[in-house]
Design a protein around this ligand. Sequence first.
Ligand code: NAD
Length: 499
Amino acid sequence: MQELTHYINGEMVKGTSGRFTDVYNPATGEVQAKVPLASIEELTKAIEDAAEAQVAWAATNPQRRARVMMKFGALINEHMEELAELVSKEHGKTIPDAKGDVQRGLEVVEVCMGAPSMLKGEYMDNGGPGIDLYAMRQALGVVAGITPFNFPAMIPLWKMAPAIACGNAMILKPSERCPSTSLRLAELLTEAGLPKGVLQVINGDKEVVDGILDNETIQAVGFVGSTPIAQYIYGRAATNGKRAQCFGGAKNHMIIMPDADLDKAADALIGAGYGAAGERCMAISVAVPVGQETADKLIEKLVPRVEALKVGPYTAGDDVDYGPVITAASKERINKLITSGVEQGADLVIDGRDFSLQGYENGFFCGPSLFDNVTPDMEIYKEEIFGPVLSTVRTETYEEALDLIMTNNYGNGTAIYTADGDTARDFAHRVNVGMVGINFPIPVPLSYFSFGGWKKSAFGDLNQYGPDAFKFYTKTKTVTARWFSGIKDGAALNFKAMD
Ligand code: NAD
């Protein structure tokens, strides 16, 4: 059995706590490795070493720090196949999807190659008589990133690249279900020239997370995961005086207007609803057709597409649309929620509960499920299912559809399919959701914008990556300076006679 490690001071380091947790192969249901769960002593020592390394790193000029990002980006590209395989092996997503996971993280590294221009600060000449003001952006010190299982490459990269480019040291606590990609990325960063100790990957569970939240050296916490944990971490970090941004779960709706191209909308719903087995915080889990005729036609178009989905292990190559979900418990929860939907009166048009794959009977595979006539009081509507289940909530008008989204607790992503620019514009302007797609199903912003939800999908200030990340990972110091008249008009250097 493979024993995974932490990554401390530039090397893989075995855990000493004696506590481990299993890392599964979700396609077979077998335990493929064990990962150490760090003790508070291991964490504290790693933080102390990071604090020491951070001083010299922050003093390294920003362009040299950016060069490390350039080399890191090149190494990620070089190791794309290997990293994608690591992602798929522990997460279960297909290789093309895993490459997308690495790629969207790499794009954030690419933006960090231009960090110096983001760190220039501000200057006001002659803000008062003889007075100049300037604002510097300085690194925070040691910061922490706590990441979820569903993007084992992308989200750790969203955290580590901007934090490090800004001159901080980072303690990264990846998901204990998919830890290997973070460990490998840390190795690549060292190869790219990052000094030892600036990135420490500490594996662990709640014990180490609480240790991070209570540690006085840690200045900021960037979290991504489920909403209850995001809210908990935000509260505890803020109480302890830390800067915190905590991104949570989602329930993303797509409105389909009667004038939409329904084939395009159906194709988009298949990719956004079932891709990665629905385990994306930007997955569309609720289709909202406007008008009964639109709904009938949409369901008609969805059914053959859902039935054609191919579910299997990533090792089956291009012949698979999506893989298993992450754990047996997750599969059981998804099936229970589907059952509750049936019991509460929704129409289960396609039932994925009994899905079984020959040769992979113990894998955590879920067949695709499609619901029609879901109502907002049902559990399947209220809960984030995080599985390959698409619910359809029928509405009569655009205003009703918009209201459904506006009153939902979550506000991560949303989309509208329409041929009418006026409707699309109205939607983008009024909807209380952080990321909006217009005829675009998964509107994850490109890396030079920034990513963040509203409502219960995010707690704290500022978004992830893009310009916001440079603000989150630095603090502003503003100097107001005045120089009294001196040598230029007062000092006499000639040999003067006594007056
Ligand atoms: P999770 O909340 O279970 O775990 C996230 C991290 O928190 C992990 O590192 C985990 O070890 C830690 N953690 C778990 N329980 C904890 C506890 N009680 N105390 C302290 N730490 C704890 O989330 P997950 O299942 O790994 O990821 C899926 C969730 O993440 C979904 O809800 C998804 O929508 C969300 N997500 C959100 C975004 C976003 O940007 N908004 C992006 C990706 C995923």
